[in-house]
Design a protein around this ligand. Structure first.
Ligand code: FAD
Ligand code: SIN
Length: 500
């Protein structure tokens, strides 16, 4: 029987920072990290804007960060959790720096703190416009030194194993062998990220299929507030691009304006903070504007921004726009809102423990109470770091001497069975498209207050039932399993949503 002392599912910031902390303090414990793709293929890798923290107490206060987070969450945050995360933020950031992550500084040697929507102060630490990439790089590098970390890429977790109301391991698919196997553990930590792929337009990579939340729900763990989905206002509008490339909120923080086709600035018509209002406000302003005009996108105007400063802070965005034929210094950037973040998730306490014994959850798959109805920009990476620390403390202090038995077959990428859909399974691609389209219409309808919600809910429910039946009768396939998970999360979203 394959057994590991600690089992981590997911290799984004939530998974890696937890694994690192446990590995450092408990060399006697074996720690397995399973991930369904390459090591660094995560939402974390694509994070642009950065991490929010009060790093300059001459210009900023903890109370202001707390107040901004609570306002953004619209009355649905857990105030105690908000205080805990904000107060612990600087320590966690300094630790991330000790681990090797580099964040930009001004010529004076101060932190170059960015500004984003909903923040009353510039407080976003960043590495140009690829903060997540830098974090993944630093964490993966740091982990290499620890002999008690065992990495298994291309191992797809299918379901949690539950015995006597405790989580005891995971059933997974080994892509190298094409086999389903079990891995047992006394401590299972879910860090499987979000579910943006439920929607037609999303900034999330294709791995974001809500697997962890769906697995935890099937295993009987409590999940919460899945209907709080955040759409980011400014994804680059290129037809049928999945995922849609993000144009960071920090670009608006640096002074970019949102304009309609007529070239008129419009967000101030909806909120006095204009382009720097919280994401829900700016996205809804864009939706309203598009509904009025019948257009498909609005535009981000960066043409007045200082060229050198833009290139220094946003090289990736400038380059991606150039590839799309857009010169950010002379053209307007077409943008539209896109599904970005799952504010709800698996309910956890302040140590990231779920309602199921032995099961922890952290990162975008978890509901800690920090975000409420609408996450404040750049609070997600922060949440993952703070809760990884709290969970690790618990495991480090509570766990008995490790047993260390591991007998998995490492997946080599060269010998992997390709993840293509044989024959009739291509039908599932269509089903995924249908689900994404229904969910997109459902979400947009909710914002616009249309009365098609009941009809859409019925269609989504019927489609989810169809998908579940296919899953039960067909041979196992990852794409089908992901589709089933997307359907599960869709049902949780429409179930939770207040009726309009
Ligand atoms: P992820 O980083 O998504 O990692 C999930 C891991 O789980 C992956 O390794 C994946 O392979 C694995 N996994 C999933 N399912 C399975 C399975 N079934 N079996 C095995 N492994 C599985 N937040 C900020 O705070 N600041 C930002 O600037 C910012 N910018 C963003 C920009 C973009 C484009 C996007 C998409 C998000 C951004 N966010 C930002 C949000 C933030 O990046 C994510 O919320 C955060 O990185 C989530 O981290 P995580 O560790 O929970 O999950
Ligand atoms: C961005 O850079 O706009 C994304 C920040 C976030 O999701 O918090």
């Amino acid at each position: 029987m394959a057994y590991t002392d600690v089992l981590v599912l997911g290799s984004g910031i939530a998974g890696l920072s937890f694994a690192l902390k446990v590995a450092q303090k408990r060399p006697d414990l074996s720690i397995c990290i399973l991930t369904k793709a390459n090591k660094n293929e995560t939402n974390t890798k694509y994070a642009q804007g950065g991490i929010a923290a009060v790093m300059n107490t001459l210009t900023d206060t903890f109370d202001a960060h707390i107040s901004d987070t609570l306002k953004s969450g619209k009355g649905f945050c857990d105030t105690g959790v908000v205080e805990m995360v904000v107060n612990k933020a600087p320590r966690r950031l300094l630790e991330m720096i000790e681990w090797g992550a580099s964040f930009d500084k001004t010529p004076n040697g101060d932190w170059d703190l960015g500004l984003e929507g909903g923040h009353s102060q510039s407080r976003i630490l960043h590495h140009k416009d690829k903060t997540g990439y830098e974090i993944e790089r630093a964490l993966l590098k740091k982990l290499e030194a620890y002999k008690n970390i065992y990495f298994f890429t291309h191992h797809f977790a299918i379901d949690l194993l539950v015995q006597n109301e405790s989580c005891v391991g995971v059933k997974y698919y080994n892509k190298k062998l094409g086999m389903i196997e079990n891995l047992y553990s006394g401590t299972i930590y879910l860090a499987t990220g979000g579910s943006g792929q439920i929607f037609e337009t999303t900034t999330n990579p294709v791995i974001a299929t809500g697997d962890g939340v769906a697995m935890a729900h099937r295993a009987g763990a409590e999940v919460k507030d899945l209907h709080f989905i955040q759409f980011h206002p400014t994804a680059l509008f290129l037809k049928k691009e999945n995922p849609a490339f993000l144009i960071s909120e920090a670009v608006r923080g640096a002074g970019a304006k949102l304009v309609n086709k007529a070239g008129a600035r419009f967000v101030f018509d909806y909120h006095p903070a204009g382009e720097l209002a919280t994401r829900d406000v700016v996205s809804n302003a864009i939706f309203s504007e598009l509904q009025k005009s019948g257009e498909t996108c609005v535009y981000l105007d960066c043409t007045h921004l200082e060229t050198e400063a833009f290139i220094a802070h946003f090289p990736t965005i400038k380059e991606r726009c150039r590839q799309a034929g857009i010169d950010v210094f002379s053209d307007l950037i077409p943008v539209t809102p896109a599904a970005h973040y799952q504010c709800g998730g698996i309910a956890v306490n302040r140590n990231a423990q779920t309602s199921l014994k032995n099961l922890y959850a952290n990162g975008e798959c978890a509901h800690t109470g920090l975000h409420g109805a609408n996450r404040l920009a750049s609070n997600s990476l922060l949440e993952a770091l703070v809760f990884a620390h709290e969970a690790a403390k618990e495991v480090i202090n509570e766990k008995e001497i490790g047993e260390q038995k591991i007998s998995l077959h490492p997946a080599s990428e060269s010998s992997m069975i390709p993840d293509t859909l044989p024959g009739d399974l291509a039908e599932y691609v269509k089903l995924k498209g249908r689900l994404q389209s229904l969910m997109q219409h459902y979400y947009l309808g909710k914002q616009g207050g249309t009365n098609r919600q009941v009809e859409l809910k019925n269609k989504i429910t019927t489609l989810a039932e169809e998908i579940e039946i296919l899953y039960q009768i067909k041979d196992f396939h990852i794409s089908l399993c992901e589709l089933r998970n997307l359907a599960t999360i869709s049902l949780l979203i429409i179930k939770d949503a207040p009726s309009s």
